[in-house]
Design a protein around this ligand. Structure first.
Ligand code: ZN
Length: 304
């Protein structure tokens, strides 16, 4: 997975690294917010809840992009060179180049917000043949990176963030701890609300194009069935299997997300006389989005 890094022209890296030199020579400004970088949008929400006005957050994977195929832009490399902290979450592009930028910006604190989280294996259909090499590559040994979609796991990520901010900015450490406590209480309330929303549904299985919702499903007693196979559209035979499964289970709704093509989701929906609904795993307003997704899933699975 180092190929992504190599596709960044050397000259751009040179620009980023010279910006670095300027940055480390500049005197520290105490009123300047901590410059923090995150990989995906929901993490921006988490950092802002904890850091408040003392932190300025920039996100690497911008709206509409997929963290699986994302490549950094030159101005983002500059941002990286000027940041005090990077909150990693274990999405695949991080493997490709974070380590090297960190080596070039030794002043930057690199926080693994997934530390202590045991990642589940991501759904992959069994091809029953030898062409599943691409699955090995996908999502790093098939571990599911979508840990921001479980409120329980977000509490762990938030704690890592608060610890790091307190370390970087001891003057406001108490504020970060208080904000963390408030955020944890908010997460608990959200979790209880979703749990209630999703209790006692007539069906538990839902079809989704990209398997983003495994942690969410696991948390609330649901079962995600992925259409995508190792990051690829399914073959005709796999599609036929999914259609048969959907018919058997009485599934009428196929979920998809804005970052991926909905073609095969639409094919399945058409075959089962159902429809495609978009749910977004990468929305910035994390809490409201999860609430909305729970409401949608409850409606869909309550009917089936
Ligand atoms: Zn994903």
């Amino acid at each position: 997975m180092y190929s992504t890094f190599h596709r960044i022209p050397a000259v751009l890296l040179a620009i980023a690294l010279s910006a670095l030199a300027v940055c480390s020579a500049a005197p520290a400004d105490e009123d300047r917010p901590i410059q923090a970088l995150v990989s995906v949008l929901p993490q921006q929400y988490f950092v802002e809840r904890i850091g408040g006005e003392h932190v300025a957050v920039q996100v690497m994977v911008e709206p509409g992009q997929s963290p699986h195929t994302y490549e950094p832009k030159p101005e983002q490399l500059v941002a990286l060179s000027q940041s005090s902290v990077y909150f990693g979450i274990g999405v695949s592009f991080e493997d490709a180049w974070l380590e090297r930028i960190a080596a070039a910006n030794p002043g930057m604190l690199l926080v693994d917000t997934a530390a202590g989280i045991e990642r589940r294996h991501i759904e992959a259909h069994d091809h029953g043949d030898d062409d599943d090499d691409h699955e090995e590559d996908h999502e790093g040994e098939n571990l599911d990176p979508h840990i921001w979609l479980s409120p329980r796991l977000v509490k762990i990520q938030a704690r890592h963030m608060a610890d790091a901010l307190a370390e970087l900015d001891p003057e406001h450490a108490q504020e970060y701890r208080d904000n963390l406590a408030a955020f944890e209480a908010e997460i608990d309330a959200l979790d209880a609300e979703i749990r209630q929303q999703l209790a006692g549904l007539t069906s538990a299985k839902f079809l989704v194009f990209h398997p983003s919702w495994g942690y969410f499903a696991g948390e609330y007693g649901l079962e995600q069935v992925a259409i995508e196979v190792g990051g690829q559209e399914p073959s005709a035979a796999e599609l036929a299997q999914l259609i048969a499964l959907a018919r058997e289970e009485g599934i009428r709704v196929v979920f998809a997300q804005p970052e991926f093509s909905t073609r095969s989701a639409e094919v399945i929906a058409e075959e089962i006389g159902g429809r495609v609904l978009l749910i977004n795993p990468l929305a910035l307003d994390w809490a409201e989005n999860l609430r909305e997704v729970a409401r949608t899933v409850a409606e869909v699975l309550g009917d089936e």
